[in-house]
Design a protein around this ligand. Sequence first.
Ligand code: HEC
Ligand code: HEC
Ligand code: HEC
Ligand code: HEC
Length: 163
Amino acid sequence: MRRIATIVLLMLALAALILAAEQKDKGGTEGKPAPAYVGDRRCKVCHLETFKAWKKTAHAHAFETLKVDERKNPICLACHTTGYAAGGYGSAEMVVDLANIQCESCHGPGSLYSRSSVMRDRKRSEDLGLVRIGPRTCTRCHNENSPTFRVFDYKEFLKTGTH
Ligand code: HEC
Ligand code: HEC
Ligand code: HEC
Ligand code: HEC
């Protein structure tokens, strides 16, 4: 009997944990505005050196890489612009230029975190949309759906892909 009681208790505890985790995934953010894309110029104001380094990468020119007719093709735009079909490039919410793979393609939409008071606090920044970057940030685009796919090696590609 004791054993069964213990098992039941453990299962209840597990269910509670799963529920809590689900709640956390939602961020417990009911009513909180979702972050929007603000464009690379906003970041440039405070991160000038990073901006200049990024400008030299292929990402900063990914839109110009496309031929004129390809610049209207949603398939190409999905990986050659910032936030395509997710509140970024081409969406009704777009108020700044979001062509190319800008800062927010990797770091996340910045309307809520891009203030010094927030940015000095990593945890708060992440709560407000700053992304914790890892291989999957990149393989969203660096995958076989790219017509020019080159095998993606995270460590190797970090060397020249960022800033
Ligand atoms: C008003 C100034 C300001 C703006 C605008 C701004 N930042 Fe920051 N950012 C900071 C400050 C201050 C820090 C703290 C670290 C430092 O001093 O560089 C920081 C830190 C960061 C970090 C490192 C966070 C960490 O703790 O590891 C990232 C990544 C970052 N910013 C990205 C961005 C991006 C992307 C944008 C544009 C969407 C942006 N920032 C806009 C001021 C700004
Ligand atoms: C939104 C899509 C997107 C994301 C996210 C992305 N990339 Fe890219 N990346 C591209 C595109 C498109 C190009 C080609 C740009 C061009 O040549 O015009 C590219 C080119 C590169 C290149 C140049 C190498 C080559 O094959 O010519 C490197 C290196 C690179 N990316 C690294 C990274 C890394 C590292 C990350 C993640 C931290 C990342 N990328 C995230 C779309 C993306
Ligand atoms: C292709 C992806 C990618 C793009 C585009 C990108 N970053 Fe980053 N950034 C990274 C990675 C990876 C790191 C290091 C890991 C981390 O901090 O999460 C980083 C780190 C940073 C940091 C922390 C300090 C440092 O250099 O380590 C700042 C600040 C920053 N980025 C700002 C920017 C700004 C501003 C832009 C646009 C001008 C930008 N990033 C564009 C991937 C990117
Ligand atoms: C799944 C994301 C993705 C899609 C969709 C995509 N691209 Fe790309 N594109 C990339 C990446 C990532 C690179 C960098 C090279 C690589 O590793 O694939 C790139 C590189 C390029 C390059 C540079 C050529 C080179 O040799 O590096 C051209 C040109 C290009 N893409 C054209 C297009 C066109 C045209 C379309 C639409 C028909 C398209 N891409 C759709 C992700 C994508």
